[in-house]
Write a protein that binds this ligand. Structure first.
Ligand SMILES: [Zn+2]
Ligand SMILES: [Zn+2]
Length: 221
């Protein structure tokens, strides 16, 4: 898969996230997943190396479902038919059979694109004057993506870290504010089960504080 297909304009993803009150890296990831699904059920069909790769790697459940959502059932059937033919027989059981559901073509492409974009966020934060304010304006960073950004920041050479010393506190403050708000909401939700609070109304956010916390902690809705 050409790396150009995994390039996403960061400013668009970050602007979208502010509008939707969500995590910008989750927006990036969703776009990447869609790009890969479109590629697999579209232009990839014409590339001879592609079938060899999907025959060896297969797809996880989540990404197979995303392929089906592209409305090319014949395309998906051809991929699966070739996968079943190439990887037979399942009995007698072999080492290869045991490894079959450990890999996913889409996961690999998405991970590759995601790591490259995470690195690019730090580069643009340092070099593109219009991008840093967008990072600062964010209202949300989910925990896995906050961790991903900090981990990439920590890998930077010290000289580059020193050029953007405020980066960890900028995103960390946003993540901590979300954690604190969720803690308050979910405690109120828990207390609402106490007989002393019968009849006390919960806010919309308090009512869905379990779902909100699950999204914050996992990055998945
Ligand atoms: Zn996220
Ligand atoms: Zn996958």
């Amino acid at each position: 898969m050409r790396s150009g297909l995994l390039a996403i304009p960061l400013d668009e993803a970050f602007a979208q996230a502010v509008e939707d009150d969500t995590c910008p890296l989750c927006v990036m990831l969703k776009t990447l997943e869609l790009r890969v699904a479109e590629y697999v059920t579209g232009p990839a069909m014409m590339e001879p190396d592609f079938r060899t790769e999907t025959n060896s790697k297969g797809f996880c459940n989540k990404h197979l479902k995303q392929l089906l959502e592209q409305n090319n059932r014949l395309g998906v059937a051809l991929i699966l038919s070739s996968y079943l033919s190439i990887n037979k027989p399942f009995y007698p059981h072999t080492k290869r059979t045991g490894e079959l559901n450990n890999t996913c073509f889409s996961c690999e492409q998405i991970d590759k694109g995601f790591v490259a974009l995470t690195k690019q966020i730090l580069v643009e934060y340092k070099d593109t004057p219009t991008f840093a304010p967008l990072v600062k304006r964010q209202k949300y960073y989910c925990l896995p993506h906050y961790n991903a950004l900090i981990s990439e920041y920590n890998k930077l050479p010290k000289k580059i870290q020193k050029a953007i010393p405020d980066f960890p506190s900028v995103i960390g403050t946003v993540a901590e504010n979300t954690r604190a708000k969720l803690e308050t909401d979910i405690k109120t939700f828990c207390k609402s089960f106490d007989y002393r609070n019968i009849g006390k109304a919960l806010s919309e956010q308090e009512k869905i504080s379990i779902e909100n916390t699950m999204y914050f902690l996992t990055g998945e809705k």
